[in-house]
Design a protein around this ligand. Structure first.
Ligand SMILES: C[S@@+](CC[C@H](N)C(=O)[O-])C[C@H]1O[C@@H](n2cnc3c(N)ncnc32)[C@H](O)[C@@H]1O
Ligand code: SF4
Length: 342
């Protein structure tokens, strides 16, 4: 029997500005209304019932229209026995394993590629402020209270906007760690060093995704919307990495801005500078990731990596092999690289 598998669809929930989605998926997956738009006192129970149904439907081969063509999806065959077991097992508790917070949009930067521009119109925010959409604190408290989280396995993934201008950030981190969440991921521009993150890293498995996108301050400034904080960000990355935080340092290839070997090689130079400043036990904790601007890579379902970018990928893979880094990229890019024999 045909079945569909997607790790995100099976485990995730994404609290976004306009809706709650099953997965991060650039907020295109099946959606549910946000708590502030619901007067239903059983909101959280219904949210989970809906979430569970999306997963079960996919497992049983019925794909939501929003999920069709998503490159995260894998088609699998399941036996009739598995099919019936799953149909009968409708009441097995389903708990959240990855909670994404995206309920705020303000940021100190205005990166040229930023997908949040549709909300911010590229406006920068330097003042710490509340989310423009809804508070996440009561949501996290309710998910905990209603026992909807797989406490042993859950990861809290904070996307944004920028955590350093999001008023609720420290409170969220406190509630999550008091409850016992042991796995936290931050997406950040690393503009500001936040000591609480380093404190939390002493007892919770912490990882960070930071897009540097450049190897020199001039290119950085252009990509980041005229924000001239290259050196400051590098210093912050060193502090976070030396606190034992696992770091994915991203280089998003942006057409005509950094899509050349010269800039990419400078980026690797910066990476090796950062590594040289790390204690021995932290050196392996920083990993480069080479990605492609979503505005380009998600523009068509038949997207093929252009030859010029394939050269960048070959260069990066070779560099990582020769210098002891594990090479990172998005799963769908990895699949495309395989078909291009890279
Ligand atoms: C919305 S950001 C929020 C966190 C933080 N402000 C940052 O930039 O890391 C989440 C992630 O989406 C990535 N992103 C935003 N627009 C993108 C695009 N057009 N292509 C690829 N990645 C993008 C950012 O690099 C970031 O890693
Ligand atoms: S730092 Fe992140 S949220 Fe801010 S503008 Fe850049 S991509 Fe967007």
């Amino acid at each position: 029997m045909k079945s569909y598998f997607c790790k995100r669809l099976y485990e995730e929930i994404n609290f976004d500005a306009d809706n709650v989605y099953v997965c991060c998926g650039n907020s295109l997956g099946p959606s549910f209304c946000t708590p502030n738009l619901s007067n239903d006192k059983n909101y959280y129970k219904n949210l989970l019932t809906w979430r569970k149904k999306c997963t079960k439907d996919a497992y049983l081969g019925h794909l939501a229209k929003e999920c069709k063509n998503c490159n995260m999806l894998e088609e699998r065959e399941i036996s009739y026995l598995d099919y019936w077991k799953s149909k009968l097992n409708l009441n097995t508790p389903f708990k959240l394993k990855n909670i994404i917070v995206k309920s705020y949009r303000q940021c100190e930067y205005s990166c040229v590629y930023c997908l949040e521009h549709r909300y911010t119109q590229g406006k920068k925010t330097l003042d710490v402020s509340k989310s423009q959409f809804y508070d996440f604190v009561p949501i996290l408290e309710s998910l905990i209270e209603e026992n909807l989280i797989d406490k042993e396995n859950v990861r809290l993934e904070i996307q944004g906007g920028s955590i350093s201008v999001w008023d609720e950030f420290e409170n969220i981190l406190q509630i999550a760690t008091d409850y016992g969440i042991k796995d936290i991921m931050y997406h950040t521009n690393a503009f500001k060093y936040i000591p609480q993150i380093t404190e939390v890293a002493k007892f919770a498995n912490s990882s960070m995704s930071i897009s540097l996108d450049a190897g020199c301050k001039e290119t950085y400034k252009v990509i980041k919307g005229n924000c001239d904080f290259f050196e400051q960000v590098i210093e912050n990355i060193i502090k976070y990495a030396n606190a034992g935080i696992q770091i994915s340092l991203k280089y998003i290839i942006v057409k005509n801005l950094n899509d050349n070997i010269e800039e990419l090689s400078k980026f690797f130079h910066v990476l090796s500078y950062i590594r040289s400043k790390l204690a021995e036990q932290n050196k392996k904790k920083i990993q480069p990731m080479l990605e492609i601007d979503f505005r380009e890579s998600l523009s068509s379902l038949d997207y093929q990596i252009p030859p010029k970018y394939l050269e960048l990928y070959s260069y990066a893979i070779e560099y990582c092999k020769n210098n002891g880094y594990s090479f990172g990229c998005q799963d769908f890019i990895r699949k495309l690289l395989r078909t291009s024999k890279i």
